[in-house]
Write a new protein. Structure first.
Length: 365
């Protein structure tokens, strides 16, 4: 089968969805399919124009020029690319899902959609988003053969506007974590994710400020691409709280092995995110043998069970969060790690790819 994955961004851009699409392509190719990508010709910061064609690990990447309307990017050139494929798999909702649904009577290629959390990750334009989702999406979703919800939360939301929703979580490549180093820096923490406002890395920094009063040699490693110029504010907060020696910004890390090595160094993985479509970095941390301490949001709680395979922490109150983390530092948490390791087995790509192939086979008919 020839499958085209469609999303706004792809490598070298970094992010959970970009990583999911790359792993999906590689797993499909390994099973004998052709799986390529079409995306826009820039990364999130829009500072770097990317080549319009590239090959990577047998994936053909076609990048399109576009018209930037701030909240909506238009790239009608996608119609020239899709004619070479048997099935189109769109990731996320926006221009591509709208345009390919509206032109489906022209191209007549079956469409699959993966939700990746929808559009409500920020409160910007919230009223317009509600209208768009409840009215417009209800109309265009009729053009999709199946809609894959990556979380139970998404399944519940999208089932209100479509009867074609199937729950399939994102996968994780477990073999990448099989030889991970067991050496950890004591009292060290890591955050991995894009540095956007909804990730609330500022609350992690404030938590470190209070934790430092109890633990002098505490370290927080922050890995991720700057979004919405958030990094400037985070660095200023770090300076204001006199934490320059304790909070280390490592930027975006594109190399998977290098990223896994960073995971291995930390004792805990932290996330104060207010919204996630799924939360693949939490699963990666669990696969790395890290103790995860994450914010109290629905997507995280689907696989992080408090006091069993990880911990749910209220980061909206940084001082309270610091006390909670401090109480865990010298505990024997080996059983928590074992249960976390068992949890990630359910999300292995070996299991997930079979479910997605089944959706593709149904969609082709």
């Amino acid at each position: 089968m020839r499958v085209l994955q469609v999303y706004h961004h792809f490598r070298p851009c970094t992010g959970g969805i970009e990583r999911h699409i790359e792993d999906l392509c590689i797993n499909l190719i390994n099973k004998g399919h052709k799986s390529d990508v079409v995306c826009l010709d820039y990364c999130h910061d829009k500072k770097e124009k990317l080549p319009h064609y590239e090959e990577y690990k047998n994936i053909e990447i076609n990048r399109l020029p576009f018209v930037d309307l701030k909240i909506y990017n238009i790239a009608p050139g996608v119609l020239k690319i899709i004619k070479h494929y048997d099935l189109i798999h769109v990731h996320g909702i926006g221009f591509f899902s709208d345009f390919l649904a509206l032109t489906s009577f022209i191209h007549r290629i079956p469409l699959i959609l993966t939700t990746h959390g929808g559009i409500f990750h920020t409160k910007n334009h919230y009223f317009l988003k509600k209208i768009y989702f409840n009215l417009w999406c209800k109309f265009i979703f009729k053009r999709f053969k199946r809609i894959i919800a990556v979380s139970k939360n998404d399944e519940k939301s999208f089932s209100k506007v479509s009867s074609r929703v199937t729950f399939i979580p994102n996968g994780i490549e477990l073999k990448d974590f099989s030889n991970i180093s067991k050496s950890e820096e004591k009292n060290s923490f890591i955050f991995v994710g894009r540095l956007s406002k909804n990730k609330r890395v500022d609350n992690l920094i404030r938590m470190i400020f209070f934790l430092k009063k109890k633990v002098k040699n505490v370290k927080l490693y922050v890995i991720g691409e700057d979004w919405e110029e958030t990094l400037t504010d985070l660095k200023k907060l770090t300076e204001d709280l006199e934490l320059k020696e304790n909070v280390i910004f490592l930027g975006k890390v594109r190399d998977r092995i290098k990223l896994i090595n960073y995971y291995s160094r930390a004792q805990f993985f932290l996330s104060a995110s207010q919204y996630e479509g799924f939360g693949i970095t939490v699963l990666e941390a669990m696969a790395s043998g890290k103790i995860v301490a994450v914010n109290d949001i629905s997507p995280f709680k689907e696989f992080v069970k408090n006091n069993e395979n990880g911990f749910i922490v209220d980061y909206s109150r940084p001082k309270v969060a610091a006390n909670k983390i401090f109480s865990l530092l010298n505990k024997d948490l080996s059983n928590v790690k074992k249960r976390a390791s068992a949890t990630v087995e359910d999300y292995s790509w070996g299991k997930i790819i079979k479910k997605i192939e089944s959706i593709y086979e149904t969609g082709e008919r």
